[in-house]
Design a protein around this ligand. Structure first.
Ligand SMILES: Nc1ncnc2c1ncn2[C@@H]1O[C@H](COP(=O)(O)OP(=O)(O)OP(=O)(O)O)[C@@H](O)[C@H]1O
Length: 680
């Protein structure tokens, strides 16, 4: 929820116990998990690599290689089917280049920023909150050491092992005892680190003497740094713009066209998948904090008076891990298990539509292979959210860097449509014909049209349009302004003057009884927002393990649905007799649209399988001399290394059912013959 976090100057402080940001210090994974080994596999097998590598790279920019691309394509495909198709969403593809005006109106130009501070000597730049956090955590750790308090020995050993390879700002931890008061102050700051203003961070830096941790040189006061990449559109350099920091604004701006496309029916949702750009001050933790990343966002438009969801019953009995704000306020970090139905009925989750999407987000993540044990929904604290947001939950995944926000799900109220409507004068609202006409008391705006031309000249149509498109709340304010000042003074978009003065005799704004046939409202927006790259990195961690009998043999246990290649085809040997069968099997796999790779190298079958376990290939088909005789092949399952034998037709059927119909291995191969093999 970047925009909500960045717009928190509206809601200054966060009293959150500890948001799961990347933690360079605490590795909460099981002791078997070895991040260096995973990273080495991902690098060696070219899942991804630093962009512009041979030029030295630029931090926060990465290229995906063939397996990384295939995983991404499969995750995006699953997302599209799970949300866009199953939920009848309207997908749009909007431009990444966004004019200044749009992002000024949305609040990004003023508020989409983090705090940075500069080393006065070397010019090195630090992200202020990360720096304060890391320095204080290091001092707290030094204090524990000085007091002889040891942490979990397993974790300690793991950390020592990794310490050497880690590039950290805080290089050394000195065992220095702090007084109790300082310890509790440090702990409180670290716990609430997400919510401090630049001024407060500056005060901590001064009070606790926080300098460049590597050199001890002094740092400048924190300055706000806008995270958007600025550019100019067109050769004149006159049109200022930005690379978009989220896809959401492009969707809001198309609201009217989408509503029309949907035959004016509500509720409905738009969706977009596309790159977003954020000039992060200190990109780190691999794919988790980068400067260019793929987002998949949904904007679900709903009646503010009725946030029920027709399919809520399909998720209401799902039990999930929730970390609500009241628990966080009490310092609790353990989530509670609850059904979505209970969370909504107790108003822990604000409404059914939000609850419905929490359920759908969870199901999507499980489908692509995220571990249910490393997932939780954490609610934003009341003052962590933007002032307009009604409720907001982050889908967080546990990684070796700690709990990481991978999906945000917020009720953004009517904020975005309202600000864009105000700015452009376009009504971004829903008009619903009422079953029965209603008598209502409403503000009405009558204008003396003939007076507008002579006074406002070219601006006249814009002033008229602006007045006639005001909402009820705005009309009430304008009526008060007219009665107290005798005129309206307003900034009206695209007029030739900065402020327009409308005299009292040009316009009458009065409350009157009216019979209305139409109800007009600005919809609220429920927004699930996915960072695809972050999710994929978590999937890599959650899928990674090594064979107990040989820790050098790494496996990526992707579900077949998202695995880059589904089948490894291995001829038993290079004997020419097998060639025509191999060709035949290839053709049949192609016809069945099953992505496969052939490994006909001279390496042993076991080695060939092991190489592909690292790529997460879920199935192996072995072609041997019996295959030539009777067209039977063996099928090997990556995780269990179990094998079965059957005709190629039966094997293809089993692969398809396991991959695309979510059948388990046992179910998929129940009619095939178990096969004992010495190949592993
Ligand atoms: N720098 C980034 N690199 C990779 N993914 C990101 C980055 N920033 C945001 N995302 C992804 O986009 C999703 C939606 O963006 P949102 O604005 O909610 O994030 P955010 O709250 O700014 O994240 P953070 O607090 O970690 O910076 C996040 O849940 C995350 O998955």
């Amino acid at each position: 929820m970047q925009i909500r976090q960045q717009l928190r100057s509206f809601a200054n402080k966060v009293s959150v116990t500890r948001k799961g940001k990347e933690r360079l210090i605490v590795n909460k994974m099981t002791s078997e998990f070895n991040r260096e080994q995973l990273e080495s596999v991902l690098k060696r097998r070219f899942f991804f690599a630093p962009a512009f590598d041979i030029y030295g790279g630029i931090s926060g920019l990465y290229d995906y290689g063939p397996p990384g691309c295939a995983v991404q394509a499969n995750v995006v495909d699953t997302w599209r089917k799970h949300f866009v198709l199953e939920e009848d969403m309207l997908e749009v593809d909007t431009t990444m280049l966004t004019p200044y005006e749009v992002l000024k109106t949305s609040g990004h130009v003023d508020k989409f920023a983090d705090w940075m501070c500069r080393d006065l000597k070397s010019g090195e730049i630090f992200r202020a909150d990360h720096l304060v956090e890391e320095v204080l955590e290091a001092r707290l750790k030094g204090d524990k050491q000085a007091r002889g308090i040891t942490e979990n020995p397993e974790e300690e050993a793991e950390k020592k092992k990794k310490k050497k390879n880690r590039k950290k700002k805080v290089k050394e931890i000195k065992a220095i005892k702090l007084d109790d008061q300082t310890v509790s102050e440090y702990e409180m700051i670290v716990a609430k680190i997400d919510g401090y203003s630049g001024e407060e961070l500056g005060e901590f830096m001064e009070k606790y003497n926080i300098c460049n941790p590597a050199t001890g040189d002094p740092l400048d006061k924190p300055q706000q740094f806008n995270l958007m990449f600025e550019t100019h559109i067109g050769p004149s350099g006159q049109i200022k713009g930005f690379l978009r920091p989220e896809t959401a604004q492009g969707q809001f701006l198309n609201f009217e066209k989408l509503l029309d496309f949907n035959n004016e029916k509500m509720p409905f949702a738009s969706a977009a998948i596309g790159k977003s750009f954020r000039n992060e001050i200190s990109p780190r933790s691999g794919l988790l904090r980068v400067r260019e990343f793929l987002m998949a966002e949904i904007e679900h438009y709903v009646d503010p008076d009725d946030k029920s969801h027709p399919k809520f019953h399909t998720v209401k009995d799902m039990t999930l891990d929730f970390l609500p704000r009241d628990l966080q306020e009490k310092g609790q970090t353990e989530p509670v298990k609850m059904t979505i139905g209970e969370a909504v009925s107790k108003k822990i989750v604000d409404n059914q539509t939000l609850g419905y999407f929490l359920g759908r987000i969870y199901l999507f993540l499980m489908k692509i292979g995220i571990s249910p044990k490393k997932f939780r929904f954490r609610q934003h604290m009341a003052n962590e959210m933007a002032h307009y947001a009604q409720d907001c939950w982050d889908g967080e995944l546990l990684t070796s860097y700690g709990w990481i926000e991978c999906v945000g799900c917020a009720d953004r109220s009517a904020y975005d449509l309202t600000v864009h409507s105000r700015k452009t004068g376009e009504k971004l609202c829903v008009r619903e014909t009422l079953a029965e006409p209603k008598i209502v008391e409403e503000f009405d705006c009558e204008i003396e049209k003939k007076k507008f031309g002579p006074k406002f000249r070219r601006d006249a149509p814009k002033v008229e349009k602006w007045l006639l498109s005001r909402s009820q709340v705005e009309l009430e304010e304008l009526a008060q302004e007219l009665s107290s000042n005798g005129k309206i003074v307003a900034r009206i978009p695209d007029t030739t003057v900065e402020e327009v003065e409308i005299p009292a005799d040009f316009v009458k704004i009065k409350k009157m009884k009216k019979t209305v046939h139409v109800r007009e409202y600005i919809p609220n927006v429920i927004e699930p927002s996915f960072g695809i790259g972050r999710i994929i990195y978590c999937l890599y961690e959650h899928s990674f393990w090594t064979r107990p009998e040989d820790s050098a043999r790494a496996v990526l246990s992707f579900p077949p649905l998202v695995a880059p290649t589904k089948v490894l085809l291995v001829p038993l040997s290079n004997n020419a007799t097998l060639q025509s069968t191999v060709k035949d099997v290839k053709e049949q796999l192609k016809a069945a649209k099953i992505p496969f790779k052939v490994d006909d190298s001279s390496a042993s079958i076991g080695k060939r399988y092991a190489r592909n376990d690292e790529l997460g290939t879920p199935f192996g088909i072995t072609i041997d001399f019996d295959s030539v005789k009777d067209n039977s092949v063996t099928l090997r399952e990556r995780d269990s290394t179990k094998q079965v034998r059957g005709s190629l037709k039966e094997i293809i059927k089993a692969i398809n059912e396991i991959t695309y119909d979510s059948k388990s291995w046992d179910e998929g191969v129940k009619n095939l013959t178990p096969f004992e093999s010495q190949t592993e």
